[in-house]
Design a protein around this ligand. Structure first.
Ligand SMILES: Cc1ncc(COP(=O)(O)O)c(C=O)c1O
Length: 341
């Protein structure tokens, strides 16, 4: 692709930008059509679509990375495909074959190659696959038809001037019910998070932390990211619960902590009253890889981990390892990278 786009890569944040092509495939009568790339970024659907009324929709988020030699790669897209299929199952939507999901991502990246930021800028091409229930329907039941789309946009590095810790506050609200849809990437979970997020920001915090919805004693999610803590004896600890979204970044960090950094790894309860067991803590997800947690406000208590201004050494090492793999500078575990070109 020889097209040139006039983008100041250093100024990119996380804002919508229309790129040239998106992939769309439709499901009807029990099967997906072949799917195609289209230029129009508007979707026309029935006013009675289940996605509009009953929240029958789910989405994913992953990135394409430009490497030093100019090639482009995706990070574990098979894991996004699997998670999307788990989300689909939970809300009774047809799954999408893994090969079709990955092929759609590759087609979209190739068609929008001009928008893949150069290596060294820290910027990436963010891909947003999503599926919605469409067609004429009024009762609360699964839609008669579905639309699967993947669009993309360039996004800046999460941390512009280097990694910096941020502070969070424990929310009194829940993002999901104990055995509800917390483990699925469905829009309703995010609609429910907008208000608690706004309250946290109003109080001067980056975002809120959700506790387990049943007992409100255990940490679950940090905004739209998973939590991890590093104990004083260098164990990577992360909570386990049926209402946490299984973060691909988190499971990748767990693997790297164990296999690359020789750490112990535990998935277990993290009690909000026992934060002093951790010397470092972070939030992890595709957007930032890791956001170091400076401190957490819980009722009248403000607990600081490593520092409110400096990043802890273990957090930094984990970040560098995963970031290096994503941009092709560190050798990846087998099967983690899919080359686009
Ligand atoms: C609620 C929630 N938790 C965690 C994550 C992190 O998941 P991942 O590492 O797959 O981006 C995300 C982002 O997708 C999220 O929306």
């Amino acid at each position: 692709m020889s097209k040139n786009v006039n983008i100041d890569w250093s100024k990119l944040g996380f804002s919508y930008m229309k790129t040239d092509f998106r992939y769309i495939s439709k499901w009807k009568d029990g099967q997906w059509d072949d799917g195609k790339l289209v230029e129009d970024n508007q979707i026309s659907i029935s006013e009675a679509s289940t996605a509009l009324h009953y929240g029958q929709q789910c989405f994913e988020g992953l990135k394409a990375y430009r490497t030093k030699d100019g090639s482009i790669q995706l990070f574990r897209p098979d894991q996004n495909a699997k998670r999307m299929n788990d989300s689909c199952k939970r809300i009774m939507m047809p799954g999408i074959p893994e090969e079709k999901f990955i092929d759609a991502c590759i087609q979209v990246v190739k068609a929008n190659e001009a928008y893949v930021p150069p290596y060294g800028t820290g910027a990436t091409l963010y891909l947003r696959p999503f599926m919605i229930g469409i067609g004429d329907n009024i009762g609360v039941k699964p839609a008669p038809e579905y639309l699967f789309c993947v669009f993309c946009l360039p996004v800046g590095p999460y941390f512009k001037g280097g990694m910096t810790p941020v502070n969070f506050i424990i929310s009194e609200y829940d993002r999901a019910a104990p055995y509800g849809t917390g483990a699925a990437k469905v829009g309703g979970n995010y609609a429910g998070s907008l208000y608690p997020h706004a309250l946290a920001v109003e109080k001067g915090f980056a975002d809120c932390i959700y506790l387990d919805p049943l007992t409100h004693t255990k940490i679950e999610e940090v905004g739209a990211a998973n939590f991890f803590g590093i104990t004083k004896d260098d164990t990577f600890v992360t909570p386990v619960s049926p209402s946490i979204l299984p973060s691909i970044t988190k499971y990748s960090l767990m693997y790297l902590a164990k296999e690359y950094l020789g750490m112990k790894v535990e998935e277990r309860d993290v009690l909000v009253d026992r934060l002093d067991e951790f010397k470092e803590a972070g939030a992890c997800g595709t957007a930032a890889v890791i956001t170091p947690i400076g401190g957490i406000q819980h009722k009248d208590n403000f607990h600081v981990f490593y520092s409110e201004t400096e990043v802890g050494p273990v957090t930094k090492k984990l970040y560098n390892t995963l970031y290096g793999i994503q941009f092709g500078d560190v050798e990846e575990p087998e099967g983690w990278i899919v080359k686009v070109k």
